[in-house]
Write a protein that binds this ligand. Structure first.
Ligand code: BES
Ligand code: ZN
Ligand code: ZN
Length: 501
């Protein structure tokens, strides 16, 4: 879908969208349109219950005497409450409504809003970002589409006075959206297409953007001593991989920021086999890795002024004659031994080695890991917030602020020595599940903490947010790409340029 910014001009053809504030207050473009149509807008409003409340929508089809094929009034609510996420929702909502309506183009008439703190250019740019994100589709495997479901919308135009400033504000947002789409695509792909080696190959594509990509296979990982990660993949016919991505956009010797992702390309549970009902969902168990890959793509694409490392541990957790057994003891890269009581608690085993490797090799300013780690986080927080765990208050606060700004919410949960004790094993240094049924997401985080070795660290449990079962304006149902926006914002607000460090 093409997105373009233009100065205000003559009324175009196709769908035309104008904003209306609370209490039926028309913005200048709507007033002008009302005059050219001899009052069609005011008539439509008085014939309906449309008041301009936030998110309300009123569609007027085929109004007489004008070029536009439909006029759409969109409720903005009160001027003082307008924010960028609201404009994204507007853009996303409309693109989704019009996607297969038969309409091929939509034009938003974007006016400055008196009484709002949101700058006009940002308003327009975020409206366009919402349109871009909401217009995401993954339809490569549909070979037969009914004519009425065929996408029709091809172009989005935003008419705004500050055209150049809007275009400039949109550029990094569009690059960000590309990162989000890369993540959504990778997570949506089934596990017969995306498996450790093919996912590593996708990472290699980032080299075109200047990202240095290293791929470690099983032999190299064995040499290093990554037996926690290797144990998870040992039942699979697919070879496990560890991918290290380097984006060098900052000063040569500046310590990097690091992102680590759980990349379980399919999680059957292994010998601790999962029930078959819903098991297909476990193709998303590489969602953390998917986010790290999309994030690096976004950072590279917008040439972020930061040194960033992405590390993803890629495995497939399968039951077989060579699979790891419950009760096996493995020796991790850190030297700590792990008793594997449940082979379905595999993400933490992969991360144990990936986290240790990352802090040991790169001495980063901080590490953030992302993982679809526990079903328990869905019990705690549902699908609205991701779980946040951290050993560093400053990092945790920054993540929460970045998440709120981007509409990717995180909620911090506690960690403590008393939870840590629950992971002590009778015959090894640590066991991979707690004997207690409670606090499953916290004990998982405590497990990870034993492999971060004092590095400032945060863990995002995205089991509830990596995938969505309902459509939202900027996040169609399916893979969400959760975390790409949040972490891009974290980097931009606190670790780039003059804010570096
Ligand atoms: N990949 C799952 C977690 C998960 C569950 C993600 C549901 C998304 C939706 C993880 O590997 C797992 O199986 N965790 C177990 C841990 C348990 C054995 C301690 C779980 O959550 O049941
Ligand atoms: Zn599992
Ligand atoms: Zn898993």
């Amino acid at each position: 879908m093409k997105i373009a910014f233009h100065d205000h001009g003559p009324l175009p053809s196709g769908a035309v969208v104008v904003g209306v504030l609370a209490q039926k207050q028309l913005l200048p473009s709507a007033q002008k349109l009302d005059r050219t149509t001899r009052g069609v807008i005011t008539r439509a409003i008085s014939a309906s219950r449309f008041s301009g409340a936030k998110g309300q929508c009123l569609e007027i089809l085929a109004p007489a005497h004008i070029s536009a094929s439909r006029l759409i009034l969109y409720g903005l609510g009160k001027a003082a409450n307008l924010d960028l996420l609201g404009f994204e929702a507007l853009g996303g909502d409309l693109v989704r409504r019009l996607a297969s309506s038969g309409e091929t183009e939509v034009t938003f008439l974007c006016d400055a809003v008196p009484g709002s703190k949101v700058p006009l250019a940002d308003m327009a740019a975020h409206l366009a970002l919402g349109a871009r994100l909401g217009g995401y589709r993954f339809d490569k495997y549909h070979t037969k589409v009914k004519p009425e479901a065929k996408p029709s919308l091809r172009s989005v135009a935003v008419q705004v006075a500050e055209t150049a400033a809007a275009r400039q504000a949109f550029r990094p947002l569009e690059q960000l959206a590309e990162g989000v789409f890369f993540t959504r695509d990778l997570v949506t792909e089934p596990a017969n297409v995306i498996y450790p080696e093919s996912l590593a190959k996708e990472c290699r594509k980032l080299a075109q953007l200047g990202v240095k990509v290293e791929v470690l296979g099983e032999a190299q990982m064995r040499k290093l001593g990554m037996n926690a990660l290797l144990g998870v993949g040992q039942g699979s016919a697919r070879e496990s991989q560890l991918v290290v991505m380097h984006w060098q956009g900052g000063k040569k010797n500046a310590a990097p920021v690091a992102f680590v992702g759980k990349g379980v390309c399919f999680d059957t549970g292994g010998i601790s086999l999962k029930p078959s009902q819903g098991m297909e969902e476990m193709k998303w168990d590489m969602g953390g890795a998917g986010t790290v890959i999309g994030l690096l793509r976004a950072l590279a694409k917008r040439k972020a002024k930061v040194n960033a490392i992405g590390v993803v541990g890629l495995v497939e957790n399968m039951p077989s004659g060579t699979a790891q057994r419950p009760g096996d003891v493995v020796s991790s890269l850190s030297g700590q031994t792990i008793e594997v009581l449940n082979t379905d608690a595999e993400g933490r085993l992969v991360l144990a080695d990936a986290l240790w490797y990352t802090q040991d090799r790169f001495k980063p300013q901080f590490m953030v890991d992302l993982a679809t780690l526990t079903g328990a986080i869905i019990i705690s927080l549902g699908r609205e917030y991701a779980g946040l765990f951290s050993n560093d208050d400053k990092l945790a606060e920054r993540l929460a602020a970045a998440g709120t700004a981007e509409g990717e919410l995180v909620w911090r949960l506690p960690m403590s020595d008393s939870y840590d004790k629950l992971m002590d094993s009778q015959i090894a240094d640590i066991q991979n599940i707690s004997n207690d049924r409670g606090a499953g997401s916290i004990t998982a985080a405590q497990f990870l903490k034993r492999f971060v070795n004092d590095c400032p660290w945060a863990h995002l449990d995205i089991a509830g947010t990596a995938w969505s079962k309902k459509d939202k304006a900027t996040v169609p149902k399916g893979a969400t790409g959760f975390g790409v926006r949040l972490l891009n914002r974290l980097v931009a607000d606190y670790y780039e340029g003059k804010n570096g460090g």
